[in-house]
Design a protein. Structure first.
Length: 467
């Protein structure tokens, strides 16, 4: 039985590695999902067959509850995938925190010899990371879902970073005290305090972060959940948990680094910079007005173009307009227009959000082009069609140091010969600033719901109204 468990752990780990590898390419992404699900199934069964497991009814009950929650979560619309992902991280963090708490009080009451300094250190790390991931992920999901009692804008106040560091420092200090004195009479109260402080810190960590940083925040929380799983593996003496957690944590960390580079920002800037905070309006000179175009005029511009670059953003996701985008793509390509999609790394609410939505609409992978590859082509582009994107195409990021997006690489939509921007209203994006692109001499606005506007554009092509 021990040998079977070890072999199963190796197999599950290998499947997790292949899952991550295959997820790198859209063509093999389905294989990656299958490998990940199979690996997790093997991991659960490998744990279940261990002789130490005696309460099988509890495991069956937990699996049933997991299916009861997981199946509805799997059926959420793609526009809600970011908050669903955040909820998954919350569940993982809560599991780690509860397991660590249960193990501590079990050993404290029955076998205190198990509370070695090493295990006590792992327990403290597991509980702090687990519980802060739990509340932090719930806050992130609430911001993404636009829950009424959770403000989407950053909530900041004087001395905020000092308060946050004090809460975390107190939790770590109590943890160090427990490591040095694991059998102290006050240990139980200190451990509960550590968990409570971690829960509070998770909330305080996320409230000053705006929606524009949510993709990176989700990745960082993913890394925290993975690290909590590693600590839990050391506590439970499970090599499988250690390797699976390490894969989860390292992939989340790597993705976070990629996202920060895409925004030209650092971890500390993301976590403490309150990116997305609404800026007070500065005194400016003469303001250019936004020019509005009709659907008929926009359709003529698109048909006369030789090449078109479509730049999707969160507005497309909210309007669920990806299928209308596909219809427009088909209408243009049938007329010989070359159509490409420019994908910004932080467009949407999570890494790859736009890719997933466009894939749902069966848009060819070959038509999706990353920001660094499409930008050199923008000056030769006849029409750039911006669908719900805002901050990721704002030219102010290049030169205006007073804006919160300064230094963030953007898609050079303004360099196209003509820009058509589909936008619901004149409200700014998550960064809280006006988009200079919309006032450009070569920009024309199409106001309205993205799905409705694109649908009207498609009708223009289908009705024969363009000559």
């Amino acid at each position: 039985m021990p040998l079977l468990g070890e072999l199963s752990a190796v197999l599950a780990t290998a499947l997790f590695i292949f899952a991550l590898y295959w997820m790198n390419d859209p063509k093999t992404a389905r294989h990656g999902v299958t490998a990940g699900v199979t690996g997790m199934t093997v991991a659960v069964l490998a744990t279940w067959i261990q002789p130490e497991i005696v309460h099988h009814g509890w495991i069956v009950g937990a699996i049933v509850l997991g299916f009861a929650v997981g199946i509805p979560l799997s059926r959420v619309p793609l526009t809600a995938v970011p908050q669903r992902t955040a909820l998954s991280h919350a569940f993982g963090g809560l599991a780690a925190g509860l397991v660590g708490t249960a193990e501590y009080f079990l050993w404290l009451g029955e076998n205190s010899a198990q509370l070695t300094p090493f295990r006590m250190s792992a327990l403290v790390i597991e509980v702090i990371l687990g519980f802060l991931t739990f509340t932090g992920s719930l806050m992130a999901a609430g911001k993404l879902q636009e829950v009424k009692w959770i403000p989407q804008r950053p909530v900041t106040y004087p001395g905020q970073n000092l308060v946050n560091l004090a809460v975390l420092g107190l939790a770590v200090g109590l943890g160090v005290a427990l490591v040095l004195h694991p059998h102290a009479a006050w240990g139980g109260q200190a451990f509960i305090a550590i968990g409570a402080l971690a829960l509070v810190f998770g909330v305080l960590l996320i409230i000053p972060i705006g929606g524009a940083d949510m993709p990176t925040v989700i990745s960082i929380l993913n890394a925290y959940a993975g690290l909590a799983a590693v600590a839990m593996g050391f506590v439970l003496n499970s090599k499988l948990l250690v390797t699976a957690g390490a894969l989860d944590g390292s992939s989340g960390l790597i993705l976070s680094i990629i996202m920060c580079r895409a925004m030209n920002r650092s971890f500390t800037n993301v976590l403490f910079g309150a990116f997305g905070k609404a800026q007070p309006a500065a005194l400016k000179g003469e303001q250019k007005e936004w020019k509005q175009e009709t659907v008929e005029g926009a359709a003529q511009l698109l048909e006369q173009a030789r090449n078109v670059v479509i730049i999707p953003g969160y507005g497309m996701a909210v309007a669920q307009a990806q299928h209308k985008v596909r219809e427009l793509y088909d209408a243009l390509t049938k007329r010989g227009v070359i159509v490409k999609f420019a994908i910004h790394p932080v467009a949407g609410r999570m890494p790859g959000h736009m890719n997933v939505l466009l894939a749902e609409a069966n848009i060819p992978y070959s038509a999706l082009v990353e920001m660094d590859e499409i930008n050199p082509e923008m000056p030769q582009t006849d029409v750039a069609l911006v669908v719900g994107a805002n901050d990721v195409v704002n030219p102010a990021a290049r030169y205006n140091k007073s804006t919160p997006i300064y230094g963030m690489p953007i898609i050079d939509a303004d360099k196209a010969k003509t820009v058509l921007a589909v936008k619901r209203s004149k409200k700014p994006g998550f960064a809280g600033i006006d988009n200079e692109l919309y006032a450009g001499d070569n920009t024309w606005m199409l106001f309205g719901d993205a799905k409705a506007v694109l649908g009207d554009l498609v009708k223009q092509f289908g009705s024969g109204g363009i000559h």
